[in-house]
Write a protein that binds this ligand. Structure first.
Ligand code: PMP
Length: 410
């Protein structure tokens, strides 16, 4: 029944394919700049000290069992997650205008939001039922959204000339979109470019989107990991909430807790302030619960327990903020070191963007041929679009990488 015409061989996931090729490479100088996972200065995965502490506490808990969590997840975790993303004193929380479900990390949260929109979103303009994503965006957005049959459109984002934000292109496309379109925004540390709007640009976008009655969907995968400050990295979301938007948020704990494989995350729906907001949130929550039940029944427990312990304990929370500064600080140092090496080598071109971009990734501006040469000649592994994971650089390989780049750019 499943002939090649019906089920053609799918291409390998580019990122996980890259990871496999890196593993196979036996050269001792090889450098992995592909996957977006934090590495310490010895290129090793890093268990955050605070996560280790929470894990030890959990394992000693005699009451720990393996029962199901509720459909919407661990209540202490989802309520702490609301406070983390919206702020402790958020009026949206005190007005009870937020409904939160624990999800299978950020991917699951994007999916739940997209599935909900596909099923229920009724735009005031009939042709507005499409979701706009940045070009480029995290590759998985495209397939998650297509899977739930939500029409996908794009807005310009990255300027090849400046290697910064194409704000005018982004703004005018959002301006021309039919009113009440859905706009997917990266809350901070845009993947794959590392380029974010400034606060002033966010304000302009919020103003425009209010006028156009667009619906914002924030994807937040790097809170605290990008700048080292949890509040700074959630600034854009909170500006939109303060402006009275109804919106949705996908929140991942993969990077900021280093809980990649534990799949801890949340989906939040925030209703606009209105007398019927609590009623709306209850109805939306009831439908989200049905979607969740039919797809995963109940979310995975262990990562959420770890995160919950940390989020709900002042001492552990403070330690976590230290760990976030360790990770974001090391990445910023690597940006600085890479730029300095390239400048010192007088590598042709401008390299300012390396330190202006933020978060896990940098769009280097290297083209596909240069990327292929880096892999063949220097055993450097990165995605074809010229994106590097800054976390793959360390004091032992950053100069080697800069020299390799210098070699292919000349
Ligand atoms: N959104 C974006 C923009 C991301 O970069 C990521 C992580 N690669 C995610 C969502 C979700 O990742 P996860 O499912 O591991 O939380």
């Amino acid at each position: 029944a499943f002939s090649a015409e019906v089920v053609p061989q799918a291409p390998e996931d580019p990122l996980f394919g890259l990871m496999a090729a890196y593993k196979k490479d036996t050269d001792s100088k090889k450098v992995d700049l592909g996957i977006g996972a934090y590495r310490d200065d010895s290129a090793k995965p890093w268990v955050l000290p605070v996560v280790k502490q929470a894990d030890d506490l959990l394992r000693k808990d005699p009451d720990l069992n393996h029962e199901y969590l509720p459909i919407s997840g661990l209540a202490d975790f989802t309520s702490a997650s609301q406070k983390l993303i919206l702020g402790k004193n958020s009026p949206a929380i005190s007005d009870k205008r937020v409904v939160t479900l624990q999800t299978v990390s950020g991917t699951g949260a994007v999916h739940l939001g997209a599935a909900f929109l596909s099923k229920f979103y009724t735009p005031s303009t009939p042709d507005a039922k499409a979701i706009y994503v940045s070009s480029p965006t995290w590759a998985n957005h495209n397939q998650i959204i297509t899977n739930v049959h939500l029409p996908l459109k794009t807005y310009p984002y990255f300027s090849k000339q400046t290697k910064g934000l194409d704000f005018d292109g982004m703004y005018s496309t959002i301006e021309q979109a039919p009113s009440s379109s859905i706009i997917l925004l990266h809350a901070c540390a845009h993947n794959p470019t590392g380029v974010d709007p400034t606060q002033d640009q966010w304000k302009k976008l919020a103003h425009l989107m209010r006028q156009k009655r667009h619906f914002p969907f924030f994807d937040c995968a790097y809170q605290g990991f990008a700048s080292g400050s949890l509040a700074t990295d959630a600034w854009a979301i909170n500006h939109f909430v303060e402006q009275g938007f109804e919106l949705m948020i996908a929140q991942s704990y993969a990077k900021n807790f280093g809980l990649y494989g534990e799949r801890a995350g949340c989906f939040h729906f925030v209703a606009a302030p209105s007398p019927s907001a609590q009623d709306e949130v209850a109805r939306v929550g009831s439908q989200l619960a049905i979607l969740q039940r039919s797809e995963i029944s109940n979310p995975p427990a262990y990562g959420a327990r770890i995160a919950s312990l940390i989020l709900n304990d002042e001492g552990l929370f403070a330690q976590w903020e230290e760990d976030l500064r360790t990770m974001s600080g090391r990445i910023k140092e690597m940006r600085k070191a890479l730029k300095e090496h390239l400048v010192r080598l007088e590598t042709p071109g401008s390299w300012e963007h390396i330190t202006e971009q933020i978060g896990m990734f940098s769009f280097t501006g290297l083209d596909e041929k240069q990327v292929a040469r880096l892999r063949e000649e220097s055993h450097v592994y990165m995605t074809k679009n010229g994106r590097i994971s800054m976390a793959g650089l360390n004091t032992g390989n950053v100069e080697y990488f800069a020299k390799a780049v210098d070699g292919v750019v000349r």
